[in-house]
Design a protein around this ligand. Structure first.
Ligand SMILES: C[S@@+](CC[C@H](N)C(=O)[O-])C[C@H]1O[C@@H](n2cnc3c(N)ncnc32)[C@H](O)[C@@H]1O
Length: 301
């Protein structure tokens, strides 16, 4: 089936179970992709249920589902509240997110997400976005590049890497993945070459798509759009993301500790449901992309 080639949904049953679907409920899948999770949600909804889905990638539109209970919105989920309001929706029963890149985005060489192919530096999930990997590599200052590699790639050698990029790009602009790899060769001459390159790519991708900012914006809006008892069911793929989801569920904040009253209690908008869920060994064997998945579920208090 076409959508299976597009993307193989991770933790499909667990994530949708996490929403505790009510047949007449209103749900949002903020990362539609190949629509695996959306189809599962629809299969559990009755005739009066409703599902809104978001994907900022035009390619995902080809997977749309012909169902009158379903609406696909080709926008960034950072605008979730605004677009739900546009459709007359103020509150929902659940929000599902499966962050990161789809297999399709990864497998199409020209999108520039994969270290496997020679391609122009791109990595934009939204093809109309102004910032691509090319801009990050060629126009950012040395300091900015260092910070991107350090914060999002957790690469200790980021100052030296940024230095080399800035020196080399002064000679010749760095347009392709092959050029970038060549420039960074001094850091890739050992056994962990693939891991380091993957970290560099991850860092640039997070910057290009502002993944941390949009995740924070989404989390901050969830208490406003969820009904009491409404659920969120979010899958993260790297520790930066998972840390934000975990802390927001626990404290209603991304950093620091919440203010406590004289009894030491504090108010939070969400309550965690169950424990962290990770894929089984079998799922990882069948779908390697599942290997770093972490699912967290919470409900609105
Ligand atoms: C891992 S895939 C989701 C796969 C999907 N759950 C399925 O079953 O096929 C992530 C998708 O979310 C989209 N996406 C990522 N960040 C987004 C954002 N901020 N706004 C809208 N879509 C986003 C990507 O374009 C990609 O198609």
């Amino acid at each position: 089936m076409m959508t299976m080639d597009y993307h193989n949904a991770v933790l499909l049953i667990e994530t949708v179970d996490g929403l505790d679907i009510k047949p007449n409920g209103v749900y949002v899948d903020v990362t539609f992709g190949g629509g695996g999770h959306s189809r599962e949600i629809l299969s559990r909804l009755g005739p009066n249920g409703k599902l809104y889905a978001f994907d900022q990638d035009k390619d995902a539109l080809a997977n749309t589902i012909d169902d009158e209970r379903f609406v696909l919105i080709n926008e960034n989920f950072r605008y979730i509240k605004r677009f739900l309001r546009f459709y007359g929706v103020k509150e929902v029963d659940g929000v599902l997110a499966d962050f990161g890149v789809s297999s399709h985005q990864f497998d199409v060489a020209e999108r520039g997400f994969s270290t496997r192919f020679e391609a122009d530096l791109d990595m934009r999930m939204n093809q109309d976005s102004k910032i691509s990997a090319y801009q990050v590599v060629n126009n950012y200052s040395e300091e900015q590049i260092k910070n991107v590699l350090l914060q999002y790639g957790e690469l200790r050698q980021s100052p030296a890497m940024a230095r080399v990029i800035v020196t080399e790009r002064a000679r010749e602009e760095i347009k392709t993945s092959e050029q970038l790899k060549k420039v960074l060769k001094p850091f890739l001459n050992h056994k962990k070459e693939n891991k380091v390159l993957a970290q560099i790519y991850q860092a640039i991708r997070i910057e290009v798509n502002q993944e941390i900012e949009v995740l924070k914006e989404l989390l901050l809006q969830t208490p406003e759009i969820l009904k009491e008892g409404g659920r969120l069911s979010f899958i993260s793929y790297h520790s930066l993301e998972d840390r934000l989801v975990k802390r927001f569920i626990r404290n209603g904040l991304f950093e620091g500790e919440p203010e406590r009253d004289m009894f030491g209690n504090f108010e939070v908008p969400l309550r965690k449901v169950g424990k962290l869920i990770i894929p089984s060994r079998l799922e990882i064997k069948i779908n390697n992309r599942a290997r770093s998945a972490k699912l967290r579920i919470a409900e609105k208090i």
